[in-house]
Design a binder for this molecule. Structure first.
Ligand SMILES: [Zn+2]
Length: 342
């Protein structure tokens, strides 16, 4: 396989290196995107792994570190580009969005933007220097501290049906038993997300891997790291980059619509329903958590599921602000929600 050129750097086949793509200069220093590149010794597709487009979701950077330790460029077919911290300015403040006065602060809603806001410039470099050279993308979005995510998402309504179908195959190859079918044109995310942009501008398939979170203790977090490493390697097998059999989940929850159930007030949230209820049914109106005043401790809210569904992500006790991450409940009021077997 020939050498790979990324952001002005040439990487010889069968080697690994770190590439820095400059974005801009902020008041106190340069903003760069740092990419680990494993250039495979053999021909194959280029897989782009994006992590931390949201600056508080650092669990996925740990996943990529573990994954990279298992990749041998000497036997790899194709290339892996792994970006642990896509959004360094947001990481620096440990916040989802970049803390400036941009009217486009969320880097996963600003792909393709014409402006010079940091979020626009970061996503432009991701697009021009990395996505343009890639054949598939995995964008990791994991729980902030105290929350967890638990699904693998793929887009169903790209302009090109083959891109949607290839994305679905990647999602199954991840092996996680929850698949979320997204619509980008009628949904809240729009074509300006990583996946929307990749699929529409470049015609490349992708998935959002949302498995795990922070604040759950080492044993649980190690299990989630392993699930993500296994899942990513499953996608690499499905793309023909490494040897081995693709193992889709034997059974999985497939849904389109879900209830995002969170607190409407700020305070100390205590779950009534925990991770032990993951993948079980909750009733309409069932109390999932309570929120107490942070100072007086009075009960402010009972957080209830607005409909009948299957709980797939949960949260732990934590101080929350209005709208904070709570629970994901796949709607059983939507007839498309079902357990499937492969
Ligand atoms: Zn995210």
């Amino acid at each position: 396989m020939g050498s790979l050129t990324l952001a002005g750097s040439t990487i010889a086949a069968g080697t690994r290196t770190i590439v820095r793509a400059p974005v801009t200069r902020d008041l106190t220093g340069d903003v760069d995107i740092v990419a680990h590149v494993a250039a495979g010794a053999h021909d194959g597709p280029t897989l782009l792994l994006l992590s931390m487009l949201h600056g508080n979701e650092w669990f996925s950077a740990v996943v990529l570190r573990e994954l990279l330790s298992r990749i041998d460029a000497g036997v790899l077919r194709g290339n892996v580009i792994a970006i642990p911290v896509a959004n360094a300015p947001a990481m620096a403040t440990a916040t989802r969005c970049i803390q400036d006065n941009a009217d486009e602060p969320d880097a996963n809603r600003t792909f393709g933007g014409p402006y010079q806001w940091l979020s626009n410039q970061i996503t432009r470099v991701l697009s021009d220097e990395f996505m343009a050279k890639s054949d598939a993308v995995i964008d990791y979005h994991v729980g902030d501290w105290g929350a967890t995510m638990a699904d693998v998402s793929y887009v169903t309504d790209y302009s090109r049906a083959d891109v949607a179908e290839r994305s679905r195959a990647m999602a199954l190859a991840y092996g996680f038993p929850v698949l979320h079918a997204l619509t980008i044109f009628s949904g809240l995310r729009g074509a300006r997300t990583s996946l929307g942009h990749a699929g529409e501008k470049y015609g490349i398939p992708g998935i959002v891997a949302e498995v795990g979170g922070l604040g759950w203790g080492e044993p649980q977090e190690q299990r989630w790291i392993q699930m993500n490493v296994d899942g990513t390697m499953g996608v690499m097998r499905q793309l023909g980059m490494i040897e081995g059999e693709v193992k889709p989940p034997a059974g999985y929850l497939h849904f389109h619509d879900y209830f995002r159930v969170g607190p409407s007030v700020g305070g100390y949230l205590e779950p009534v329903v925990g991770l032990d209820r993951q993948f079980t049914e909750v009733a309409k109106g069932e109390v999932l958590a309570t929120v107490r005043h942070a100072m007086t401790f009075e009960l402010l809210e009972e957080v209830r599921s607005p409909g009948r569904g299957i709980i797939f992500y949960a949260c732990r006790s934590q101080m929350v602000r209005p709208g904070g991450w709570g629970f994901g409940v796949a709607s059983l009021e939507d007839p498309r929600t079902e357990w499937k077997t492969t």
